[in-house]
Design a protein around this ligand. Structure first.
Ligand code: NAP
Ligand code: BLA
Length: 322
């Protein structure tokens, strides 16, 4: 089997984890990296001893590449992924595949037509918390309610893509794992309502904080609340996932899991959040070299984007005073 030749679009946290994983795997070779600022591209390429490419357009059209990782800002995922598949490459894209469900569906169809791998990373599914939750779901019997909250305070928010309306996207499409964890556990959604507030930087598309709150009703009757907040309005960080069943509650506070039944408290083991990009990369190479099935199909990610788009539409419907 020939070595799989890899290119990466991005120079940040996810891109670096991908590059390390590729260089540690004998089945693949890292050929090129591109990104946004020339200095970051230069630094990143020096780090991994490879030659820089100055744009994603050039990188995706390099004939020798077999596989492209799309690890750039959310706004550009769809455009870059589509161009890479059109150029005949296998593609891995960090979630979200696109901020728009229609575009995501088109890209999935294109990959099928071209017979190329399109894998959307959803590391939350292979993380310890989700695995432990699935393992213990039956212990609480019939689930009727779930609540997932992540609040990330940040002092002195500098302008960055993560605090920009277009570049980051609608919070629940951008931080898609919030919805995707729930659709993976509970299936189809019948009803969505959502509210979102930005604390804007005046006269720009940047914000310094946002708070997004959604309620999903699943077709099986389960109700789930999602809260996503980040930025300088918050002075307390919080990450909890609760699932309520008619025989108990599963509670995850950060990485600490507990099964609660009346006065009973059973501690649950949760594996670390570290090493998930490496694991995802290894599974992609297992698929390409051994044909081992991946842990999710792009259609599952597409469904979560559809729900996120509905949540966004639900925010837009305001009651007029007139
Ligand atoms: P990051 O560390 O901030 O890296 C962002 C990358 O995008 C850098 O290469 C950056 O280059 C580039 N960039 C910044 N502004 C840009 C602009 N205006 N135009 C074009 N490129 C720009 O972010 P990350 O954590 O690696 O996230 C990358 C993607 O992975 C995101 O879609 C994110 O949702 C997804 N993801 C990340 C994680 C995680 O754990 N970090 C988990 C799941 C999914 P410069 O620095 O040169 O500007
Ligand atoms: C998800 N983490 C994300 C995302 C971003 C970051 C942009 C995608 C959007 C979202 O779902 O919120 C960025 N995460 C960060 C940054 C830190 C962080 C800058 O923890 C700074 C410490 N990601 C990391 C690190 C870990 C990590 C260091 O950058 C773990 C040690 C894990 N990030 C991680 C996981 C997800 C994620 C598991 C999936 C979200 C989920 O669990 O639901």
């Amino acid at each position: 089997m020939n070595l799989i030749k890899v290119g990466i679009v991005g120079t940040g946290y996810a891109a670096t984890k991908r590059a390390e994983a590729i260089q540690n795997d004998p089945r693949a070779v890292l050929v090129s990296i591109t990104g946004n600022s020339p200095e970051k591209i230069q630094d990143c390429c020096e780090n991994f001893s490879i030659s820089p490419v100055d744009s994603w357009q050039k990188l995706v059209s390099q004939p020798e590449l077999d596989l492209i990782f799309v690890c750039t800002i959310n706004r550009d995922h769809g455009t870059v992924a589509r161009a890479a598949i059109e150029a005949g490459k296998h593609v891995v894209v960090e979630y979200p595949l696109s901020l728009d469900a229609k575009e995501a569906a088109e890209i999935i169809a294109l990959a099928e037509r071209k017979n190329k791998l399109l894998h959307v990373e959803h590391i939350e599914l292979i993380g310890g918390l989700h695995q432990t939750m699935k393992q213990h779901l039956a212990d609480i019997r019939n689930v009727f309610y779930a609540r997932y909250t992540t609040i990330a305070p940040q002092r002195q928010v500098a302008p960055s893509w993560k605090y920009h309306r277009e570049m980051f996207g609608f919070p629940l499409a951008a931080a898609l794992s919030r919805i995707h964890r729930l659709t993976d556990l509970f299936g189809d959604v019948a009803k969505v309502s959502c509210q979102n507030r930005y604390w804007d930087v005046p006269d720009t598309d940047y914000f310094t904080a946002c708070l997004c709150n959604a309620q999903l009703t699943f077709t099986n009757g389960i109700v789930a609340d999602i809260t996503y907040g980040k930025g300088d309005i918050f002075w307390y960080g919080h990450r909890t996932f609760e699932i309520w069943g008619d025989r108990g509650t599963l509670l995850f506070e950060g990485e600490k899991g507990t099964l609660i039944r009346d006065k009973e408290r059973i501690a649950l083991t949760v594996n670390s959040r570290r090493g998930l990009f490496a694991k995802d990369t290894e599974m992609v190479l297992d698929y390409l070299t051994l044909g081992k099935p991946l842990y999710l199909q792009p259609s599952a990610s597409l469904y979560a984007i559809e729900v996120a788009n509905l949540a966004e539409q639900s925010c837009a419907s305001v009651i007029s005073n007139q």
